[in-house]
Design a protein around this ligand. Structure first.
Ligand SMILES: Nc1nc2c(ncn2[C@@H]2O[C@H](COP(=O)(O)OP(=O)(O)OP(=O)(O)O)[C@@H](O)[C@H]2O)c(=O)[nH]1
Ligand SMILES: [Mg+2]
Length: 489
């Protein structure tokens, strides 16, 4: 078909300028055309923006995890990951293997530290560990075999250095915070040794969430075939942490199971079982060449948080199955890191506050004059009274109830530390309900506006129980969103 000339095309004819157009008319027409194009471009832009927004879905739900250090925030985040991205969670096993190794080495370092202190005490009669009457040492005596074990385990400190160097690039501030104890050099006298032990107890590896540490560890411990099920140790590398731990395996087991060492730890009031990241009862499994952490190991592994980490997932809501993005923010709970929380208060849908109520007989590492439960209570008060958070839903996890139960069963008296508890029965039922009422009352007294809140007794290391609770929390927030967007009444 022959192409139509513009002279016969009705559209061209309609758009063509009038044949007798004056200069002024032409200028006005061109100006109107420019204006029409501007308006049309604006409309296009708005349509594109809306299209993008529709694709992105409704506004994201934001949840902030708060609580003191070691309260279980990162453990709760791991539970969210396990619930929504189980494959990605499992793919990170190699990285967590390194953290479990660090935890083992930390526990062993504490034992070596206690041994060094006992040795120092022998040379210091004024140490307070000698009976005033007959001058006999009150500490169990270490034999030559113990000292041989201690010497043979000194390569473990090197393992820690290797792993820490990998975790924190040289020169970063976090590296300084993780400097290692010299457990092999006994302190000159007991006061110094005591201080060294106290420092060693609180010194732990911390990670800045902005640093891609998981990538570093995957490279370090995954085998060349990328499979974690097979041998994950590089036997050609004498520095390989897995290789050194494997070589020290029998000595570590012997030391941990030695009755004199257990007695020494008891006299020094070092309960390694209560230190987060305790794996000494699993040494044979963890130091085996093909060790791959289980979900349970990953939840129990302890890595202190510096900075803020964010985890995103999508949930389909309501009958219309509208996808909505959820963002969970995990912050560091150490006192020096709490100032970094405030910028996140704006625009949060919910806060999950973790209060580890098992810590009633412990003090803060950052201030030994403060009881840990007291710190949680004060922190809760400052959060619920904060006007920036007045419209934010609050969910309280009274966490570590497994440890609370164990401590009360072992006869540790709740009322000796929480004085207001008085002479109430020293059992789980009464103590846990007492704490529940205490936190609820503070919310009632200090919240700027009356608000409902949800509270749960939790054991964040118990994935089954925690995922059920997290599902519950999610449902509550979804229902609230649907109500406020009037999708349900
Ligand atoms: N037994 C027991 N251990 C728990 C529980 N919750 C957390 N833990 C352990 O306690 C340790 C500390 O938990 P994290 O989740 O690292 O604590 P956090 O609040 O993130 O601490 P920071 O990062 O320092 O602010 C980890 O080793 C956990 O495995 C619990 O309910 N019971
Ligand atoms: Mg953390």
């Amino acid at each position: 078909m022959p192409a139509r000339s513009s002279a016969s095309d009705p559209l061209s004819m309609m758009l063509a300028p009038p044949p007798n157009e004056t200069e002024a008319q032409r200028a006005a027409r061109l100006e109107a055309e420019v204006e029409a194009k501007r308006v049309s471009d604006m409309i296009d832009e708005e349509l594109q923006r809306q299209e993008k927004a529709d694709k992105r879905g409704p506004k994201a739900v934001k949840i902030l995890l708060l609580g003191q250090s070691e309260s279980g925030k990162s453990t709760t985040l791991k539970n969210f990951q396990l619930l929504h991205s189980p494959k990605a969670f499992k793919a990170e096993r190699a990285s967590w293997r390194a953290v479990v190794q660090l935890n083992v080495v930390r526990s062993m370092r504490l034992i070596l530290e206690v041994m060094a202190q006992a040795q120092a005490a022998l040379h210091s009669p004024s140490s307070g560990f000698f009976d005033d009457a007959d001058g006999v040492p009150q500490l169990p005596t270490l034999t030559a075999d113990h000292l041989k074990l201690k010497m043979r385990l000194s390569p473990l400190l090197q393992v820690e250095e290797t792993l820490v160097r990998k975790l924190n690039p040289a020169g970063s501030v976090e590296r300084e915070a993780t400097q290692l104890a010299r457990a092999t050099e006994p302190a000159a006298h007991l006061d110094a040794a005591n201080m060294e032990l106290a420092r060693a107890r609180s010194r732990e590896v911390a990670i800045n969430s902005q640093f891609a540490w998981k990538g570093m560890f995957s490279k370090l411990v995954a085998n060349p075939r990328g499979s974690f099920e097979s041998d994950a140790i590089d036997w050609d590398d004498p520095q390989d942490p897995g290789r050194i731990l494997h070589a020290c395996r029998d000595d570590m087991i012997a030391l941990w199971n030695d009755p004199t060492i257990r007695e020494l730890l008891e006299v020094q009031k070092v309960r390694l079982q209560d230190v987060p990241g305790f794996f000494l009862d699993d040494l044979a499994r963890i130091t085996s060449p093909r060790y791959v952490p289980t979900d349970d190991d990953i939840l129990r592994a302890r890595l202190k948080t510096l900075g803020v980490s964010e985890y995103r997932f999508t949930i389909r809501e309501g009958r219309l199955h509208i996808s909505r993005e959820w963002r969970i923010f995990d912050v560091g709970g150490h006192r020096s890191l709490r100032a970094a929380w405030a910028p996140y208060f704006d625009d949060m849908d919910a806060i999950i506050f973790l209060a580890p109520i098992s810590c009633f007989d412990q003090v803060l590492d950052e201030d030994p004059s403060v009881n840990r439960v007291e710190d949680s209570v004060l922190l809760w008060r400052s959060i619920v009274s904060n006007v920036l958070l007045a419209n934010t839903s609050v969910v309280l996890f009274l966490n570590k109830v497994d440890i609370l139960q164990a401590k009360l069963d072992a006869g540790i008296r709740f009322g000796s530390y929480i004085v207001s508890y008085g002479n109430r029965p020293n059992n789980y039922e009464n103590a846990s309900q007492y704490m529940r009422r205490k936190f609820a009352q503070i919310l009632k007294d200090y919240s700027p506006t009356p608000r409902t809140f949800y509270q749960h007794f939790t054991t964040a290391t118990d994935t089954k129980q925690t995922t059920e609770i997290l599902r519950d929390v999610q449902d509550t927030i979804v229902q609230r969103n649907l109500k406020s967007s009037k999708l349900i009444s």
